[in-house]
Design a protein around this ligand. Structure first.
Ligand SMILES: O=C(O)C(=O)Cc1ccccc1
Length: 394
């Protein structure tokens, strides 16, 4: 028998380094604060605290320290080359997200941290690295959508990095069809968006009678920016009304998601876990693998069910360390088993004995177990995206 895991003890007894991880829901105070940070500004900031030569920066950064600056659409998202450790100035949290201003992830960052400075990154990998090297304090990551389902490749990122989930936020998604001013729907040959944007509007696009190809790009607002930057008259983007405003596009159709109650769940990640509590609803996310054995998944889920712990989500992903297990049987041949990582979210805090006991038991059946985070559940009142005549369900 393996030693009981000391999962609860791995949490710090104090607040995390910024002491700011209380999940807030007030939206009104939040403003996007992502204008251009030039290499000169980066150098100045570094020379204020670091006795080393300024790090050279190849492209424009986004200003994550100037809360009064307006959004510029010439700014470039952070790339992997821009990741140099920068000191924290001021009390505002710097939140990295994938995409450009106007992306839903930026809105999620603002909902989760009303006073934050949102930092656009060109890839999720960069957003994670930005937190790891202190260029940002949090990363925000979409993991699932009520219509489009799980964003699978984002699950794989959890294991490639050592960040902790410190919160979740549910964001109603209201998609618009955007094009250059004066473009008529009938002339469109192409619609571009994030794969989730395309998936969430698939039926409505058909219903609108558009004769268009669908093309996936990295983020919804990036699609809008691309159309504006390249003056594309035959292409429309599926993105937010805010993206239309930022990139000077027109809204051809408003509310084109296939169902009005279209919601995306985002998680927030930090370098340190938060202290789990019991005075409000908490969720815990774990990931585990098992080598072989009978009914392992059933046993794991029973360990939760017997303690009245509700499961809110289960996802399986290929186990990249060992994608396939071959079992030779001299008489019959070779069985090929695909190996999985299971991601499970359940409604309990790691501060609760029942959750600690459940995970002690889970460790008995699994070859690998990691707690990704124990964090407050998003309990904000339900406010779905407003319905329009174009939603397929109407
Ligand atoms: O591309 C974006 O704007 C994102 O933040 C990802 C996304 C795409 C579609 C719905 C929700 C989130």
């Amino acid at each position: 028998m393996k030693a009981a895991p000391q999962l609860a003890r791995s949490y710090p007894s104090e607040q995390n380094s910024q002491g700011t991880d209380t999940y807030e829901t007030s939206r009104s105070e939040w403003q996007s604060s992502s204008a251009i940070l030039t290499s000169k500004v980066v150098s100045q900031q570094q020379s204020e605290t670091l006795p080393m030569p300024p790090v050279s920066v190849g492209v424009d950064h986004v200003n994550c320290h100037n809360s009064t600056a307006r959004v510029s659409h010439h700014q470039k998202p952070l790339t992997v080359n821009d990741l140099s450790p920068t000191p924290m100035h001021g009390s505002n949290l710097r939140v990295a997200y994938q995409g450009v201003p106007g992306a839903y992830s930026e809105a999620a960052a603002g909902k989760a941290y009303p006073n934050c400075k949102a930092i656009p990154c060109d890839q999720f990998e960069v957003a994670f690295q930005a937190v790891e090297c202190w260029t940002a304090d949090r990363a925000v990551l979409p993991v699932e959508n009520s219509l489009g389902g799980s964003i699978h490749r984002n699950y794989d990122l959890f294991l490639r990095h050592r960040l902790h989930i410190v919160g979740e936020v549910h964001l109603p998604i209201h998609h618009c069809l955007l094009a250059l001013p004066g473009v008529r729907k009938e002339l469109l040959t192409r619609v571009i968006s994030h794969p989730q944007g395309l998936a969430q509007c698939e039926r409505t696009l058909t219903k609108l009678g558009l004769n268009v190809s669908r093309e996936a790009v990295d983020d919804t607002a990036g699609a809008a920016e691309f159309i504006a930057a390249n003056n594309l008259h035959d292409t429309a983007a599926i993105a937010s009304a805010r993206a239309a405003e930022i990139y000077g596009l027109e809204i051809l159709e408003d509310g084109i998601q296939d169902d009005a109650s279209n919601v995306t769940r985002f998680v927030m990640l930090a370098r340190d876990p938060i202290v789990p509590r019991t005075d409000r609803p908490f969720k815990t996310s774990i990931v585990f693998a098992h080598e072989k054995g009978t009914s392992v998944l059933f046993k794991v889920l029973s360990a939760l069910a017997f303690r009245d712990i509700s499961l809110t989500k289960i996802e399986s992903r290929p186990n990249h360390n060992r994608p396939i297990r071959l079992v030779d049987d001299v008489n019959v041949g070779t069985a090929k088993h695909f190996e999985y990582m299971f991601y499970v979210d359940f409604e309990a805090s790691m501060a609760e004995t029942r959750a600690q006991n459940a995970l002690s038991e889970v460790q008995e059946f699994t070859s690998f177990l990691r707690v990704l985070g124990s964090y407050p559940m998003d309990m904000t009142p339900w406010s779905p995206s407003s319905s329009t005549s174009h939603t397929a369900s109407s």
